[in-house]
Design a protein around this ligand. Structure first.
Ligand code: HEC
Length: 215
C-alpha cells in the first residue's frame, strides 16, 4: 500500500517535470525575434536573447538601410567635424525617466532622436559650406569667414545689432551675412535652409553658456 502510493507520487513528479520543460521550450521558440520600426513598416531582425549593444547595432543598421541619404551624412561628418549631440543614455537607467511625461524612452527612441537631430544639423553644415546652395553670386560660403562656425556667437542672441539698428535673432544675422558678404538668396525665417543653418551654428557652440545681449 505504502509502496503503491510512493510510486504514484513519483510518477506524478516525473509527469509534472516533463510538462514544465515542454512549456519552457514552447515559450523560448515563440519569443520575439524581430522588432517593428518606428514607422510601423519595416522589421529589424535581432538575435534571440540579444544584449543591449546587439539591439542598438541592429537598429542602427536598419536606420542606415532606411535612409539612403546616409552617404552624404557620413561624408559631411568626415569633412567638417561636427560636435555630437548630447548623450541621453542616462534616461534608460530609470530615475529621471520615472517622471517623464511621455513614459520611459527605449534604446530605439534614443537612437532615433540622435540620428534625426544629426541629420538636421548636417544639412545645415552642408548649406553653410556651399556657395552653390547659398546661391552666392560671388562664390562665397560662410566657412570662408567662419570656419567651423567660428565667431558666429549664437549664444549672444537676441541682441541689438548696430548694422540692423534693432534687436535681432540669430537668423537675422545669418540673413545679413547672406545679403552682404555672401550675396546669396535672402531666406524667409522659416525656410528649411535657414532652420538647418541655425541648427548647425547652435550645435557647434554646444557647452557654451547662453548669454543674450552680449557684445
Ligand atoms: C566675407 C566674410 C563673411 C562671410 C562669407 C560670412 N560672414 Fe558672417 N560675419 C562676418 C563679419 C565681418 C561679421 C561681424 C559683423 C559684426 O558683428 O559687426 C559676421 C557676423 C556674423 C554673425 C553674428 C556674429 C556675432 O558675433 O554676433 C553670424 C551669426 C554670421 N556672421 C553668420 C554667417 C553665415 C551663416 C554666413 C553664410 C551665410 C556668413 N556669416 C558669411 C563676415 C562674414
Amino acid at each position: 500500500m505504502q509502496n503503491t502510493s510512493t510510486f504514484a507520487n513519483f510518477r506524478f513528479i516525473v509527469l509534472f517535470c516533463v510538462c514544465l520543460s515542454l512549456v519552457i521550450m514552447l515559450a523560448a521558440c515563440t519569443q520575439e525575434s524581430e522588432l517593428t520600426t518606428c514607422d510601423g513598416q519595416g522589421k529589424v531582425e535581432i538575435a534571440k536573447d540579444t544584449s543591449g549593444q546587439a539591439l542598438a547595432d541592429a537598429l542602427m543598421d536598419q536606420w542606415t538601410r532606411d535612409h539612403p541619404d546616409r552617404d552624404w551624412m557620413t561624408e559631411e561628418k568626415q569633412r567638417h567635424e561636427l560636435k555630437p549631440p548630447a548623450d541621453n543614455s542616462s534616461l534608460l537607467q530609470g530615475g529621471q525617466a520615472e517622471g517623464n511625461t511621455y513614459g520611459r524612452p527605449t534604446e530605439r527612441d534614443l537612437l532615433t532622436w540622435t540620428r534625426e537631430t544629426e541629420k538636421f544639423v548636417l544639412e545645415g553644415s552642408r548649406i553653410f559650406h556651399s556657395a552653390d546652395l547659398l546661391k552666392s553670386t560671388v562664390s562665397v560660403s560662410c566657412d570662408m569667414c567662419h570656419p567651423h562656425a567660428a565667431n558666429t556667437h549664437p549664444e549672444t542672441y537676441p541682441k541689438f545689432q548696430t548694422q540692423l539698428g534693432r534687436v535681432v535673432l540669430l537668423r537675422d544675422m545669418i540673413n545679413w551675412c547672406i545679403d552682404n558678404p555672401v550675396r546669396g538668396e535672402h531666406l524667409k525665417p522659416d525656410d528649411p535652409r535657414m532652420r538647418a543653418m541655425e541648427a548647425y551654428i547652435m550645435a557647434q557652440r554646444t557647452g557654451t553658456e547662453m548669454n543674450y545681449g552680449k557684445h
